[in-house]
Design a protein around this ligand. Sequence first.
Ligand SMILES: Cc1cc2nc3c(=O)[nH]c(=O)nc-3n(C[C@H](O)[C@H](O)[C@H](O)COP(=O)(O)OP(=O)(O)OC[C@H]3O[C@@H](n4cnc5c(N)ncnc54)[C@H](O)[C@@H]3O)c2cc1C
Ligand code: SF4
Length: 501
Amino acid sequence: MPDPNGFLRYDRRLPARRPVPVRISDWREVYPPAGEELIREQATRCMDCGIPFCHDGCPLGNRIPDWNDLVRTGNWDAAVDSLHATNNFPEFTGRLCPAPCEAACVLGLGGQQPVTIKQVEVEIADAAVARDGLRPRPASASTGRSVAVVGSGPAGLAAAQQLARAGHTVTVYERDDAIGGLLRYGIPDFKLEKQHIDKRLAQLTAEGVRFRTGVEVGVDVTAEQLRAEHDAVLLACGALQGRDTPETPGRALRGVHQAMAHLVAANRVVAAAGDGKPAPATLPDGTPIDAAGKHVVIIGGGDTAADCLGVAHRQGAAGVHQLDLYPEPPTERDAARDPWPTWPWVLRNYPAHEEGGERVFAVAVQEFVDDGTGQVRAVRIAEVTVEKVDGRRIVTALPGSEREIPADLVLLAIGFEGTEEQPLLAQFGVIRNGRGAIDSRPDWQATDGVFVAGDMHRGASLIVWAIAEGRAAAAAIHTYLGGVGDLPAPVDPARQPLAAR
Ligand SMILES: Cc1cc2nc3c(=O)[nH]c(=O)nc-3n(C[C@H](O)[C@H](O)[C@H](O)COP(=O)(O)OP(=O)(O)OC[C@H]3O[C@@H](n4cnc5c(N)ncnc54)[C@H](O)[C@@H]3O)c2cc1C
Ligand code: SF4
């Protein structure tokens, strides 16, 4: 039985991050391992609350109190099994998840700091690798049925693993030159070193999953061919259509780019160098997009913007501003607006924010300013208020508040508009809805025999949701193929995060 008084004896503590001057001189992960003593102490803070709302906060339904207690008592093998029972890739979520489970931790009700659930998760995940190197669990018999998975992000990979373990033959088609989706070339190494993806891929390969990279479905292989070769198809193509701002004067200037262009280029350089040393990046057409020595302005306030910030510092930017349309959030939960156990609107400081740069809130870009040669030299901003009227966002500039911020490189990290318009959609007979996503029936089918999961279905979201949807879609495909028994389905297509309204 868990220790009911652990949270009274121990405060919440996380391992120290690597010092800023050290970590911005390389691309290694920001957090060193916590160490067994700290992690067992922190797991002891989980108090056996009886009704663990963290289960509802986590879309995967991770059995958090169970593995906290197993860690507390040093029963690591059982903790690994318990975690893997609900999560195919805890080494990804343990590093990258914003941890809605922690916002729902019952300790938060009494004004206590939540259990460090995510940190315990990553330590268990890494223990699994250290103990048996992610032992493959191949199916004991083949069903003779075959599934094509299009897209190799966390949704596609989770589905592929579930289906292969159930005995189906699974082929993952990926248009990029490497497997992983946004984990591979979107998210920088300082948040997720790519060795973690490679170790999982070795496990999936040993479990029978086949990978075909450099294959764009809809172009290199048609939907018709895929349908002919496989008994079912899962579309997990992500939501990679970057939002733009074509109406802003100066958008076409040199030096104004989509954030993903910068991140992908930087990640590719790190992948190519392989030695963890910073290196210059270029766009696919050879245009340099390195932040070294430049004044960088990042527009946007989410994960993508924070990743650009960390990359800019590692590339040696002269200075970085990060602009946000919205006012600075409070540092504490506003219980009237976001009561426990919902996900609160609070100021989120990513490790990248410790590394430098200036955040500017409640401003909107009025113009990207030309240096006279077609290259951006500044961003003209105005202070703004933002209101929602009939569901529409109304942004009003305050007269006389305009000013310029110097800029040689501007990165647009203002969100995503759903899955890309691409030949595959028409070939499979599916269309983007008003949010740019692909709708599904309650059994995850977008159209007969064609299933959809992850960001392509939900819109740009989180890794934990992608894994949860991949698992649930795999369960639906297993049933569709007449598989024996049920696979776990942690969410249904209509499931939304915990919310007060
Ligand atoms: C910069 C950035 C940072 C992020 N950081 C975090 C974070 O810290 N924590 C977190 O939880 N979430 C984060 N996210 C969100 C998270 O990465 C996504 O929610 C998640 O990767 C979605 O998984 P997915 O499998 O649905 O799609 P994706 O990971 O987008 O993968 C889709 C794959 O489909 C492939 N594809 C598309 N069309 C075709 C085709 N026709 N043929 C073959 N392949 C195709 C694409 O090349 C891609 O590899 C971040 C997102 C971005 C952009
Ligand atoms: S996957 Fe995310 S929400 Fe679930 S337990 Fe881990 S950190 Fe919490």
